[in-house]
Design a binder for this molecule. Sequence first.
Ligand SMILES: NC(=O)c1ccc[n+]([C@@H]2O[C@H](COP(=O)([O-])OP(=O)(O)OC[C@H]3O[C@@H](n4cnc5c(N)ncnc54)[C@H](O)[C@@H]3O)[C@@H](O)[C@H]2O)c1
Length: 260
Amino acid sequence: MARLNDKVALITGAATGIGLCTARLMIDEGAQVVITDRNVAAGEVSGDELGARSHFVQQDVCDEGSWNAVMEAVQDLHGRLDILVNNAGILSTEPFQDIEQTSLAQWQAIQSVNVEGVFLGCRAGVQAMKDSGGSIVNLSSVAGLVATPSLVAYGASKAAVRQLTKSVAIHCGQKKYRIRCNSVHPDPIRTDMGDELMGLKGYIDGPDIETNWQTARKRVPIGETGEPIDVAQCILFLASDESRHVTGSELVVDGGLTAA
Ligand SMILES: NC(=O)c1ccc[n+]([C@@H]2O[C@H](COP(=O)([O-])OP(=O)(O)OC[C@H]3O[C@@H](n4cnc5c(N)ncnc54)[C@H](O)[C@@H]3O)[C@@H](O)[C@H]2O)c1
């Protein structure tokens, strides 16, 4: 039997990358999926590619009002929500991000999407699922677990997601909402954001992005950086009933990077 039969999933920032890969996997496992993104052109193309079991809704996750509209769309389409993946995120808005060169504008832009967007998502998700139960999966990063001096704003935002996740999990547990909430922590993954990371000043600083990926691979104990599907499989597990006893946890998907 498919692992998400009869489930309805909402995935933010799913026009590309890890979110899109997760949407594909969840559809293969029997779910109906609503994807959102602020990139309308890419979102519409991805929605078409995903087919009849998907629906694209334009959304900027930082916009509080957008969450009401998205939840209404999910209810109108499917009458329920079982899974929320807070995936939308940004890495940077300027070439440098160490403590000496990070502008307040860059800091605030990153916190706005990566922290406020996930907070708004969790709040809306709890409201939507508190009577029926469900699973919330928040995308954090290895940068939320260990220091990454060239990613001071991004790392802080992802650490906030880790902590927020645990508070949501315990609140829902205490209230007997049957909503689980967990975070996922990938290493550099081959997506648009992964390429952006390889080009960020101060991160690896090799001659070009491909060489920087090779350097990144050598840092990973198993010798490979992850692919979107590696993260998507972990999100699928946390979204499915197979993880029914897992909440408030952090699933590290990094080939051993942070264990070393
Ligand atoms: N790629 C990596 O190396 C990596 C590693 C660790 C964690 N992550 C996290 O995984 C998640 C997905 O990353 P990805 O690599 O697929 O990135 P990506 O850049 O390929 O995709 C992110 C998507 O989010 C959308 N988005 C950005 N801001 C938005 C907003 N305000 N509202 C709605 N949509 C918005 C973008 O348009 C894009 O489609 C992010 O939260 C990221 O921080 C990525």
